[in-house]
Write a protein that binds this ligand. Structure first.
Ligand code: SAH
Length: 354
């Protein structure tokens, strides 16, 4: 039993069952025992590997997409560049390197990072030491200037609440104890949530609905800034336009695990409900587009060819396989989706359709 599991069991013994969101929050972000505060969680040696960790091509084309948006905004002499959940800072470094080829872009950028893990914050500090970077909370206290947001595999890490329909009422699924072991149960009393109101017509008794209050709150804040000051958001993650059913999953060393296996040592995620993000943002949103199509539209194949031309033959295989992993439907090409948010009177970012 992990130390964190003992703490969670103790808490439930003292005060009763907790929501799935609270369980996820503890498992992922407990100050020293949570998953994101452990060593090397991202990358080939860690629990999972993300697109920017697969290849520089990902961040480079996203960087150029953001730089193009800045050009389309008439090159404001100040803008905020905000990344949610920057992990090992690889994506931000690739964005800044590619963006430096666009005159004036880097000079105009004020960089803000939203990162809850103190361990990853200090890694980001070291990697980005050459840049003027500020860390902020997700209440997004940033200057009132045009803002470009980026989030890769951030929203899937946010806690969700789960509700199950029973006798035409909604009950919250909770984490409780049976024989002193963690287990799922239903709240004794039915509950309500504004987001549940529209879900009766599409669900049956027994169905589960997931709601991430954090995702809704953050998308509202993003939308407000974009609508008031201009800018856009690129949100890349796995998930779909609309979610129904439980998508909660646990992953360790690239393998699926039980949700209650080794709390704090295992990654817990949910598929992102992009519709909830888009509609709650209150700003204009693009069509949900697969990562493969998005990256192809932004020219990732040209970039791969250029890298092949400039590299030693011994590196060719890894460039080709990284391109395939990022774009092919059998790999990350269709599982991952991209949503663009932008001001109502503007166009969607390059690579996405209005
Ligand atoms: N974007 C990076 C890392 C993805 S992992 C990449 O693509 O490689 C998820 C990231 O979000 C981690 O940096 C994690 O510490 C951070 N994170 C998770 N929950 C968070 C929260 N509630 N607030 C801020 N950051 C969070």
């Amino acid at each position: 039993m992990t130390k964190l599991e003992e703490l969670i069991i103790h808490r439930i013994q003292e005060t009763g069952p907790i929501s799935i969101a609270t369980y996820m929050q503890e498992c992922l972000l407990h100050p020293n025992l949570g998953f994101y505060n452990q060593k090397d969680v991202l990358g080939p040696e860690g629990s999972f590997i993300t697109s920017p960790e697969i290849s520089q091509m990902f961040g480079e084309v996203l960087g150029l997409c953001l730089a193009q948006y800045w050009i389309d905004l008439n090159r404001p002499d100040r803008f905020a560049l905000v990344e949610f959940g920057p992990g090992k800072a690889t994506l931000m470094l690739d964005i800044l390197r590619a963006g430096s080829s666009v005159k004036g872009f880097i000079e105009a950028a004020e960089i803000f990072l939203v990162e809850a893990s103190s361990k990853l914050r200090s890694e980001q500090k070291t990697k980005l030491s050459k840049f003027n970077v500020k860390w902020i909370d997700d209440d997004l206290l940033i200057p009132k200037i045009p803002t470009l947001f980026i989030a890769n595999e951030f929203f899937d890490a946010l806690p969700v609440n789960q509700y199950q329909r029973k006798n035409n009422l909604w009950y919250e699924i909770q984490v409780g104890l049976k024989n002193n072991q963690l287990t799922f149960g239903l709240s004794h009393r039915p509950t309500t949530h504004p987001e549940l109101e529209g879900r009766f017509s599409e669900s049956m008794n027994g169905d589960i609905v997931e709601i991430s209050n954090d995702a809704i709150r953050i998308s509202k804040s993003i939308g407000k800034i974009i609508n008031n000051h201009g800018g856009c958001a690129l949100i890349v993650d796995y998930g779909d336009w609309h979610s129904l059913g439980s998508t909660l999953q646990a992953l360790k060393s690239h393998k699926f695990k039980n949700i209650f296996d080794k709390p704090g040592k295992v990654d817990l995620t949910c598929h992102v409900d992009f519709e909830a993000l888009a509609k709650n943002s209150g700003c204009a949103y693009s069509r949900l587009t697969t990562q493969g199509v998005f990256l192809e539209r932004l020219g990732i194949s040209d970039r791969a060819n250029q890298l092949l031309k400039n590299s030693q033959p011994k590196n060719h295989k890894s460039i080709i396989s990284a391109h395939r992993r990022l774009t092919h439907p059998d790999e990350m090409g269709t599982l991952f989706k991209v949503l663009g948010l932008y001001a109502r009177n503007e166009n969607s970012p390059a690579g996405l359709l209005n």
